[in-house]
Ligand binder design. Structure first.
Ligand SMILES: Cc1cc2nc3c(=O)[nH]c(=O)nc-3n(C[C@H](O)[C@H](O)[C@H](O)COP(=O)(O)OP(=O)(O)OC[C@H]3O[C@@H](n4cnc5c(N)ncnc54)[C@H](O)[C@@H]3O)c2cc1C
Length: 645
């Protein structure tokens, strides 16, 4: 090995670093270190002139290692790796010292911050001296996508990818696509009929030759990596052959078994063989084997011989290059707030239940009735299960303020004499035309009272909503024939299971976590897996659609490129040391370790290894080494800190 020649570059990051750290002192200290050939500081190292400085020095001083002391490597490591590459140096000969997030941003003590910066840069120089050249690999991408979840977000993502000319599997766990939007009456703030704008898109899905729609299916297992995922899918037994079913409904007419209709939130009944709603896509009936008694009447009545009462689940595998998760949300269960009497009083409904009541195809065919009677007074309550630490949901569900305004408006339109009172904490009308819509609703004679009700109880045939009016500073008891709870949006249990299967990270609220909240809002923590719609957090339809389009364009960009680069920061096995004990195999979260039965040693599958570092730290014989994070590269840093003390 020739001489080690290190260049060190200390960034001011405007005043982000230089406002706290004495950058000049850092430079002077580092100049004294062995192997350091040049040290510079600059206002913005990531800027073009900053990078040019590094490139020029690499050539002029014949540098073979570079240290950049700046922000988190998550922000600019790729930038500086490319700088090295452009100057003809292997990009993995770069080491970064994070003197911003881990130093200047966490203290105002200038002396301590400068001392810490000196330490961080020193140990970065020590580690840089042991860095080795590494080489990336390229693998080709399977240009076929999987979208999981057929709500508005998943539908939009699938359509956009398909329209760009790529094949898409759209997997939906229910018998029909449509998601929650299919259950809504009208949509705020424009009051378009939800079905009128959704169903054309649902039909488009079936007509698009690039989309393979897999309803009543669930993802069982996912393996592989960006560009090359293998996905096991379970096709649940439907009891009806979709190729033969014409959707005529003769099976449901004759079926003697009734069960609560999930689509109507249990407010009506369906048969054991059913179609969730008239515009369902595909227009195919499904047997719910939970309730079916296998009497055979449907089979006997079906002219097309579409029914198979003894069908079993099938498992099959598909290969895809990218995955979009669009599994949506669940409504908060108001039983967790027993003070509102949900489940006890039939006159207390959730937001979605009331959407079904308002809907022309709902349980009352759009007539607003409770217990067969038209209500003379209705109370709406905001923030049920949102902004509520008690139930563990401190976040805002973002749609409830507006859907309550919408529902109150629809009631006023149909029952002009009905007294409508809305209890709110504060109204968040943040979207386009939201404030105008809210003002319009208030001017329609709907009473907004600021206060969060503490209790609902029954007096005679009336519900009493007890609350403080926080503007007037008085306790009020509002009488109502019907109470609608502004139930918030919570993550689906199935999404949490899916997250485990796909190793996706969750945010503190248990929605799926995006790779970066501002700069990578549709990427997940796993390359090649994207997020959209309410699985990532509560949002309305326009935001779900916008995010779906973003996720689709990321998939399209990946497919257009056609290749992915595999980072060389991976584990490798030193065969002479490996005893074949298999400990690493069981611990690897990516199933990247395989046993070579001939040589009786473990091997790393480079296509699967993500360089997480679990196996080298678990290996009892020290046989596994992490490239770029080898023991000696870490030990020299630790030693550097201890030696300094
Ligand atoms: C009462 C109420 C009224 C609303 N009114 C409005 C309004 O007027 N205007 C507006 O803009 N927004 C409104 N919203 C918000 C709107 O419902 C959402 O923005 C929208 O439905 C989000 O779509 P999505 O596709 O992300 O999720 P979802 O609609 O929840 O769809 C997700 C889909 O994924 C499927 N799925 C879930 N898990 C899996 C799995 N593991 N495998 C396969 N498939 C799976 C589900 O079955 C579902 O079909 C309202 C919300 C509520 C609660």
């Amino acid at each position: 090995m020739g001489d080690i020649r290190i260049g060190v570059y200390v960034c001011h990051c405007g005043s982000n670093i230089a406002g706290v750290v004495d950058v000049k002192r850092v430079v002077e200290e580092i100049k004294k270190m062995k192997n350091v050939v040049v040290v510079r500081d600059y206002f913005y190292m990531c800027s073009d002139p900053g990078q040019d400085l590094i490139k020029k020095d690499i050539k002029e001083y014949d540098l073979n290692k570079v240290v950049v002391a700046a922000c988190s490597p998550r922000m600019h490591e790729p930038t500086f790796r490319n700088t090295l590459k452009a100057a003809g140096l292997n990009p993995y000969l770069l080491e970064m010292a994070n003197i911003r997030e881990q130093d200047s941003w966490v203290t105002e003590d200038k002396e301590e911050a400068t001392k810490k910066a000196i330490s961080l840069v020193k140990i970065a120089v020590l580690r840089a001296s042991l860095l080795e050249e590494l080489y990336e690999k390229e693998v080709s991408v399977t240009k076929r996508a999987l979208v999981i979840g057929g709500g508005i977000a998943g539908i939009q993502a699938a359509l956009d990818i398909a329209d760009a000319g790529y094949e898409v599997y759209l997997v939906e766990k229910e018998p029909s696509i449509g998601g929650h939007m299919a259950q809504l009456e009208k949509t705020f703030p424009t009051l378009d009929c939800a079905a009128c704008i959704l169903t054309p898109k649902m039909v488009e899905v079936t007509q698009n030759k690039n989309i393979k729609l897999l309803t009543y299916c669930e993802v069982e297992e996912v393996s592989g990596f960006v560009g090359n995922f293998k996905v096991k899918i379970r096709q649940k037994a439907r009891g009806v052959n979709p190729d033969l079913c014409t959707g005529c409904g003769s099976c449901a007419i004759i079926c003697p078994i009734y069960a609560p209709n999930e689509f109507d939130k249990g407010l009506s009944y369906r048969k054991a063989i059913y179609r969730p709603f008239p515009q369902a896509v595909p227009n195919v009936f499904t047997i719910s084997f939970k309730e079916c008694v296998l009497c055979g009447l449907c089979e006997w009545n079906c002219e097309n011989f579409a029914i198979n009462l003894y069908e079993e689940d099938k498992i099959f595998e598909i290969d895809v290059g990218a995955i979009v998760i669009a599994t949506g949300y669940e409504e908060f269960d108001p039983r967790l707030k027993p003070e509102f009497g949900y489940g006890k009083y039939k006159e207390v409904l959730t937001g979605l239940e009331f959407e079904r009541i308002l809907n022309a195809s709902g349980p009352t065919f759009g007539e607003i009735k409770v217990n067969g009677k038209v209500p003379k007074s209705i109370v709406f309550i905001h923030c049920v299960g949102s902004r509520d630490e008690q139930v563990g949901n401190p976040y805002c569900s973002r749609v409830c303020c507006m859907y309550i305004a919408k529902q109150a408006h629809l009631v006023k339109e149909r029952l002009p004499d009905c007294k409508i009172t809305v209890f709110y904490i504060d109204v968040r009308a943040f979207g386009k035309a939201f404030e105008e819509f809210y003002t319009r609703v208030k001017n329609e004679g709907i009473i907004y009272r600021r206060g969060s009700p503490s209790e609902i109880y029954k007096k005679g045939d009336k519900l009493i909503v007890r609350s403080e009016d926080t503007l007037l500073g008085e306790i009020i008891e509002e009488e109502a024939d019907l109470v609608v709870l502004g139930t918030g949006l919570v993550p689906r249990k199935e999404t949490l299971e899916l997250a485990k299967k796909l190793k996706l990270s969750l945010s503190a609220d248990n929605f799926l976590l995006e790779a970066h909240p501002k700069l990578r809002p549709v990427d997940s923590n796993i390359e090649g897996i994207y997020l959209c719609g309410c699985c990532q957090g509560p949002k309305d339809i326009p935001d779900s659609v916008a995010q779906a389009k973003g996720a689709a364009s990321s998939v399209i960009a990946l497919f257009n490129k056609g290749k992915v680069t595999i980072e060389p920061i991976q584990a490798f096995v030193r065969e002479d040391y490996c005893s074949g004990c298999h400990i690493c195999e069981g611990l690897c979260p990516y199933s990247a370790l395989e046993f070579d039965s001939e040589k009786r040693v473990m091997r790393v599958n480079e296509a699967l290894c993500r360089g997480c570092g679990v196996c080298p730290s678990a290996c009892p014989s020290g046989a596994i080494v992490m490239r770029h994070y080898a023991d000696e590269q870490i030990e020299i840093q630790v030693g550097g800190l201890l030696w300094e003390e």
